[in-house]
Design a protein around this ligand. Structure first.
Ligand code: HEM
Length: 218
């Protein structure tokens, strides 16, 4: 496959972005675990514990801000990455691995932000969640079951906060780190392939130049 300098530069930007993505996932996961030392996943308790974390716990506000920043920056970096990867698209296994994992990464990051909506137990989060539950319920065939899984069967209550906290902190956060690792792996694999191809094409150019100058001398 012919590799141009533009392809190589786009690949480099993708690799740098994927390192940033993995770093942000790790910052979010570590700060999330630290938050969970004080966080109470119950209705009302969630709001009060987050207030305690930001006002009373030593450096709690810093971990809260770091968590929120890393989680939101992850979505932005993931979306930019999708655009950069699309511009430098190449139909080979390494690119496909990074592309598919990149899409899953963005979906996971959006899922983490979505599940965090009720974790703060704020007025805004509560009402937004109730509206979105209506949309989920309207999904044909599985809507009611999905709603029950999220809420715990009844209205939005402590069980809902527990369920969303479990999905957020155990399922989606682990998934985002795994996917970020696969994504970085795919891009490093592609970098290696492209560097080899560039080296081979440069060497064949040098060999061709050598042949033509030898012919001229003859
Ligand atoms: C890759 C891992 C993770 C990502 C990307 C992530 C992302 C996020 C995001 C985007 C928010 C919303 C922040 C906001 O805009 O205010 C949030 C909130 C929250 N996350 Fe995570 N999270 C991760 C892991 C975890 C883990 C492992 C825990 C706990 C064990 C956790 C606990 C929380 C809590 C308690 C909140 C509510 C904070 C608030 O409402 O201010 N997170 N997370």
């Amino acid at each position: 496959m012919q590799t141009t300098l533009l392809d190589f530069r786009l690949r480099r930007i993708s690799t740098v972005l994927s390192v940033a993505i993995l770093t942000l996932s790790l910052i979010a996961a570590i700060s999330g675990v630290l938050l969970s030392f004080y966080y109470q996943p119950t209705a009302g308790g969630a709001y009060n514990s987050l207030k305690t974390i930001s006002e009373t716990v030593n450096n709690g506000w810093l971990f809260l801000k770091a968590h929120s920043f890393a989680g939101n920056a992850l979505i932005v970096c993931g979306l930019v990455q999708i655009v950069v990867m699309f511009l430098g698209r190449q139909f080979r296994k390494s690119w496909l691995t990074a592309w598919i994992s990149g899409i899953f990464l963005v979906l996971t990051a959006i899922g983490l932000d979505w599940t965090a909506m009720i974790l703060g137990w704020t007025q805004e989060g509560y009402w937004r969640f109730n509206i979105e539950l209506g949309t989920i319920q309207a999904i044909p065939f599985i809507g009611n079951q999905l709603r029950d899984i999220l809420t715990g069967g009844n209205g939005v209550s402590s069980i809902t906060v527990e369920h969303l906290f479990a999905i957020h902190s155990y399922i989606l956060s682990v998934a985002s780190i795994v996917v970020a690792l696969v994504h970085l792996g795919g891009l490093l694999w592609q970098e290696r392939q492209m560097s080899k191809e560039m080296l081979v094409s440069e060497m064949s150019e040098i060999a061709e130049q050598g042949d033509s100058s030898a012919n001229q001398m003859v």
